[in-house]
Design a protein around this ligand. Structure first.
Ligand SMILES: [Zn+2]
Length: 63
């Protein structure tokens, strides 16, 4: 019985052996995942997370 594992992309059970797209179940899932990394889906929201403790509030208005 071949070992199976859930595809990290779609959750489908897939075999590990003779699977050139592992850890994905298929080329489609692999490409989707790579595409997701390249797009905004997995982007770390750094801009929405201000660095607490590192930013000092300085009232520096020079208008
Ligand atoms: Zn899949």
């Amino acid at each position: 019985m071949p070992r199976t594992f859930p595809c990290p992309r779609c959750g489908e059970a897939s075999t590990w052996e003779a699977n050139e797209f592992r850890p994905f179940c298929s080329e489609r899932c692999k490409l989707i995942d790579l595409g997701a990394w390249a797009s905004d889906e997995y982007k770390v929201p750094t801009q929405d997370a201000p660095q607490a403790g590192l930013q000092r509030q300085e009232d520096d208005y020079e208008d």
